[in-house]
Design a protein around this ligand. Structure first.
Ligand code: SF4
Length: 459
């Protein structure tokens, strides 16, 4: 073994030759890696980057092929490929991607286990979460001192650009077999939608799309991001999991944040819900935050769709995932969102009904586990619950949202925020106009912000 390998290479070659349907191709790749790494030239080069992309693809193929029954040699190869692609990208030394181990229950209790104790009353969790949120998300001034000024609340808007999707996520209104009016916005249409949102105040916009590789390509997103950056906007993405190269291209185009929900961390439930399409690969999705952070995206939002599987287990796994990411990327700004599934297409029965009290408890636990993380709440929750949660721990809210591409209209009367007749991903429950929500926050003493780039904010 050498510092470029975790394993005796002849033995891995023999194993590949005996077990891999594409062994000739893969053995050639290994040969190229060895030759590049022994050359002594400074990395990365265009050639080494290209080779790293090929190794990344091979690594996920291996995950998919061996499924749940990975042998120790599979694990070794998966890690070996990661080590090589880091070296080829010039990012060595970096500890290897290991989210697959990190999200599993640990032999010893997680540091946040105590907050899940059912004997802890929700009121005591709420009080602690409220205090921590005030401490970490208030505006400091010389008069108020740290932790006692106005709380800040970021308002943001989702900007849906495409409802085309090849994935069969059984719980989603955009899933492939559903007959809905699919909409894909071109750059002019996206610009028009974005400007409507900008007029309403939103400088932080979240680009959202289904997964339809021919239409929702890296080039498409990079073009939109670069165009919207010209509008002086702050941009995040909530799109299909991307390769490291794709995330790097989007970062270069100007994106600063990624939102990506694992949906559920229960691997067998995940497989049963994601029947076909690229999203069926649990590990490709699980490691997307790693790839985004490796590509330099500095804000990452994790989440689970509460109700698909045991909610408490899912939140525990999400927090383990976050701890792992924070260890690997200490500068990363983390966010959490806990949407709950309340409506689903015909044929999908929601297995866990999540009551308001449980949702509040889970949000409080996120705050206690990660006191300085952003906690995000969307308009799929009712106004009363949003008003309650904002006082406790929420730091980012969407407002006046549409989940239909092209759904924002110039006029904004009380009922006309979205055009519900078009295919939407999920129904909006809090339908209050943006100005009503912003005014309510101000009346309650919040400092309403429209972008992270604010002076004086602790968050
Ligand atoms: S959840 Fe996302 S990937 Fe799945 S069908 Fe809906 S839009 Fe497509």
């Amino acid at each position: 073994m050498s510092d470029t390998s975790l394993v005796d290479l002849p033995s891995i070659r023999d194993w590949i030759a005996a077990s891999d349907d594409h062994s000739d191709h893969h053995l050639r790749l290994i040969q190229q890696v060895e030759s590049l790494l022994s050359d002594g030239c400074e990395l990365p080069t265009d050639e080494s980057r290209l080779l790293a992309s090929k190794l990344e693809r091979w690594r996920y193929q291996r995950f998919n092929e061996c499924g749940d029954s990975r042998q120790s040699m599979d694990e070794t190869l998966i890690d070996q490929l990661d080590l090589w692609l880091n070296q080829l990208r010039g990012t060595n030394p970096r500890c290897l991607r290991s989210a697959r181990h990190a999200v599993k229950p640990q032999a010893t209790d997680d540091s946040f286990s105590e907050w899940f104790d059912p004997d802890r009353e929700t009121e005591s969790l709420q009080a602690m979460a409220t205090r921590l949120t005030q401490e970490h998300f208030s505006i400091s001034t010389p008069e108020t001192g740290a932790g006692s000024g106005q709380r800040r609340m970021l308002l943001y808007a989702p900007l849906y650009v495409s409802s085309h999707c090849v994935n069969h996520c059984t719980y989603c209104g955009f899933q492939y077999p559903l007959k809905i009016d699919r909409i894909h916005l071109d750059r002019d249409e996206v610009l028009q939608q974005s400007r409507i949102l900008r007029q309403r105040g939103f400088r932080h916009q979240l680009i959202v799309a289904g997964d339809f590789p021919r239409l929702t390509s890296t080039e498409y997103f990079c073009d939109l991001i670069a165009m919207l950056r010209q509008e002086n906007l702050e941009l995040s993405i909530e799109i299909a999991s991307q390769s490291t190269d794709s995330y790097a291209a989007m970062k270069k185009a100007g994106v600063t944040g990624l939102t990506l929900y694992q949906e559920t961390y229960d691997e067998s439930v995940y497989r049963s819900l994601h029947l076909k399409g690229p999203k069926a690969s649990y590990h490709w999705r699980l490691e997307a935050p790693d790839r985004a952070a490796e590509a330099g995206i500095g804000r990452i939002g994790l989440g689970v769709l509460l109700g698909l599987a045991d909610p408490e287990e899912d939140v525990r796994a999400m927090l383990r995932h976050a701890s792992y990411l924070k260890d690997r990327f200490p500068q990363l700004k983390l966010a959490f969102s806990l949407p709950r599934i309340r409506h689903a297409p015909d044929g999908y029965e929601i297995p866990f009904v999540i009551e308001d009290e449980l949702l509040i408890r889970m949000y409080c636990i996120c705050r206690l586990a990660f006191p300085d993380s952003e906690l995000i709440l969307s308009t799929r929750e009712p106004a009363e619950l949003r008003d309650r949660l904002k006082q406790i721990c929420i730091t980012q809210m969407s407002a006046g949202s549409s989940t239909t591409p092209g759904g924002y209209r110039e006029t904004n009367d009380e009922e006309g925020i979205t055009d519900q007749s078009l295919g939407e991903q999920f129904p909006i429950v809090d339908q209050r106009p943006v100005e009503t929500i912003a005014a309510g926050l101000q009346e309650d003493g919040f400092d309403v912000q429209w972008t992270f780039a604010q002076p004086g904010s602790n968050g």
